[in-house]
Design a protein around this ligand. Structure first.
Ligand code: SPV
Ligand code: MN
Length: 626
């Protein structure tokens, strides 16, 4: 332990040295010493989470030019480079030791080769800069759920963002309450241009070393790549959960009010940009998590916490009518970091904000004017589609009071949401845990969106919306989910939702964005068995009269039977085609897929074929009700 401190001493001020020496954990000293030896910063700043330190980080984010203040007090904006506007699947890889196996569907590189590559990219990269060290906790403090973690970064924007997104834990580290498998992140924004934007995106690499629970990220600033505790630590958490028998999920958590003030918690997994945050923020309900949840079996009950305490949310389409709660936070004084929006006269603008946007301003490509084109001749939008806001959940009026409960909250339901124009009805309830995990979770098929830097609008399987992050064999991950439910005494009810169903002929969306307010209330009632449902081949679907009543209560509008029939008609052909695609995916890519998966899919196909014989390819819910 002393040895590492000795190495660090000449690199540190006496104050920073004192702060680090107060942490009695050799692994912490080792990680910082090795990071400093590799990256060679001029200075190391140990952030203690004191008010002065936090204030200092905020100021530095502005002084360094990584953030710029906006007119409203507390608001700043940050830009990432034009080639750094989302998570990067290509550049993100697992370091896999020789002899170890990960599913083919996961991007990977030989561990020795990858470590050598990333270390050569990071050599002396912090010369002339400060390495900021932050100590945080994933999950509430003093909890069976907590995972201590630390990040060394040369980005003040990253160091600032984690204040809004994670629980501070310097004191936890000082008490030495740090397990050997704590998560460590080493990040450098790399060479920056005059706009303080990573200048060498072609050298972007994000490597996950699950042997050492360490993430390396270089030549990127986009928070999903640079803040190690989002999807990078989720990958490590999935392995830890696998070892310890719990679940780390890409899920929001919301508290939904039912009759008589009853409150039921739901967790929900949706692919990026498919309605996860907006479901968590439905007016009248509470939000406890918007991206990452940990689930544990505690005395036979499924309890969940938020790994984070903030939101790095998509700002596109946030407007005062559909999203009043977050709108209020984004337009009033308080700490907000806007990224990749359009800025004009100290004000941020984004796509779909419900007002006209300026014709010129500053955006992620520099000075922007209407009609500006990129090097491929494509017109550049005023703000990026994946522009985001970073805020603390505590700034939201409807932040759930149990956010920091070390025991988490009891889940009544789990939702799997897909983006499926063709097949699934807007909301349905699984027949049981296995059916839900397989038919809604593992079969989750979605159109790709702008949240990853790749082609948009392609259909792909995205198991439980978490496939990009699953760091164990995919079949094992599904088995763990099945097992988890089997061991519970009280199982959450599993639902499938699809906010993106279209008319097969006209291609129009069949639902309004606000219809989800009704679906979630229906799910709440179903958890408590307060309404009946119709048995369809793909799950229990709502009855017209229950939905109509809810549309009146929740949205104050009439719900026509014609709309109901269009939305809840079982599209047999499309559903069978989906099952065939899902089966093929698992046969081709997941050699360790559990046999139950094929059984559940087969049963679903048999049910579909049976109704097809009786009613044809499109089966009205009215026919099934009889
Ligand atoms: C997502 O894309 O799923 C996000 C944002 O939640 S990121 O941090 O990029 O993962
Ligand atoms: Mn996410």
């Amino acid at each position: 332990m002393l040895e590492y401190l000795e190495v660090l001493k000449p690199r540190m001020s006496s104050e920073d040295y004192r702060r680090l020496a107060a942490i009695p954990v050799a692994k912490v000293h080792k990680f910082i010493a090795e990071s400093a030896e590799l990256c060679n910063p001029d200075r190391i700043f140990i952030c203690t989470d004191s008010r002065e330190d936090i204030e200092y980080v905020r100021r530095q984010a502005i002084e360094s030019g990584e953030e710029t203040p906006l007119a409203i007090p507390g608001h700043t904006y940050h830009f990432d480079g034009p080639k750094d506007q989302g998570r990067d699947r290509e550049a993100t890889k697992y370091l896999v030791p020789k002899g170890d196996y990960l599913s083919k569907a996961l991007n990977q590189i030989d561990r020795d080769e990858g470590l050598a590559e990333i270390k050569s990219l990071m050599k002396n990269i912090m010369k002339g800069r400060t390495m900021i060290v932050r100590f945080l906790s994933l999950g509430p403090l003093n909890s069976v759920f907590s995972i201590p973690c630390m990040e060394c970064t040369d980005s003040w924007y990253v160091a600032h963002s984690v204040d809004l997104l994670y629980r501070p834990a310097y004191e936890v580290f000082k008490r030495g309450e740090v397990p050997d498998d704590l998560f460590c992140v080493l990040h450098s924004a790399g060479k920056l241009n005059e706009r303080m934007v990573s200048a060498e995106p072609e050298k972007k690499r994000i490597y996950i070393d699950y042997i050492e629970n360490t993430v390396y990220s270089v030549n990127t600033q986009y928070a999903g790549n640079s803040i190690g505790f989002k999807k990078l630590a989720l990958r490590l958490a999935i392995r830890k959960a696998d070892r310890e028998g719990w679940l780390a999920e890409h899920m929001m958590i919301t508290g939904v009010y039912g009759p008589g003030g009853r409150k039921t918690y739901f967790a929900g997994a949706f692919p990026s940009a498919c309605g996860k945050t907006s479901t968590a923020m439905i007016p009248g309900n509470t939000i406890l998590a918007d991206d990452i949840a940990y689930l544990r079996n505690i005395d036979g009950v499924c309890r969940a916490v938020n790994a984070e305490v903030g939101i790095f949310g998509i700002i596109k389409d946030v407007n005062p009518v559909d999203d009043p709660v977050i709108w209020e936070v984004l337009t009033n004084p308080g700490e907000v970091i806007f990224s990749n929006v359009l800025v004009k006269d100290g004000k941020p603008y984004w796509l779909g904000m419900g007002c006209e946007l300026p014709k010129e301003g500053i955006n992620y490509t520099g000075y922007w004017w209407e009609g500006k084109r990129d090097e491929n001749g494509e017109e550049i939008p005023p703000a990026n589609k994946n522009a985001r806001y970073t805020v603390s959940l505590r700034a939201l009026k409807n932040c759930d009071p149990e956010l920091d409960n070390p025991m988490g909250v009891e889940l009544g339901g789990i939702i799997y949401g897909c983006r499926d124009a063709r097949g699934y009805v807007p909301v349905q309830q699984s027949f049981d845990w296995e059916h839900g995990i397989i038919a809604y979770g593992a079969s989750l098929e979605t159109e790709t969106t702008f949240a990853i830097t790749e082609e948009e609008g392609k259909y792909e399987i995205n198991i439980m919306s978490i496939q990009d992050f699953v760091s164990i064999p995919l079949g094992k991950y599904i088995r763990n989910n099945l097992e988890f439910g089997r061991k519970l005494k009280k199982r959450p009810i599993i639902f499938g939702v699809n906010y993106f169903l279209r008319d097969l002929k006209t291609g129009e969306f069949l639902n309004d964005r606000r219809d989800k307010q009704v679906w979630i209330k229906w799910m709440e009632l179903r958890v408590h068995n307060d309404v009946g449902a119709i048995k369809s081949p793909t799950g229990w679907i709502p009855r017209y009269e229950d939905l109509n009543k809810l549309f009146h209560e929740v949205r104050g509008i009439e719900y026509s039977e014609t709309d109901y029939i269009k939305q809840f008609t079982i599209r047999v052909r499309e559903n069978i085609a989906k099952i065939n695609r899902v089966e093929k995916f698992f046969k081709d890519n997941v050699p360790d897929a559990p046999p139950e998966l094929f059984k559940v899919l087969e049963e679903q196909r048999d049910r579909l074929i049976a109704v097809q014989k009786e009613f044809g390819n499109y089966v009205s819910p009215k026919d099934l009700e009889k």
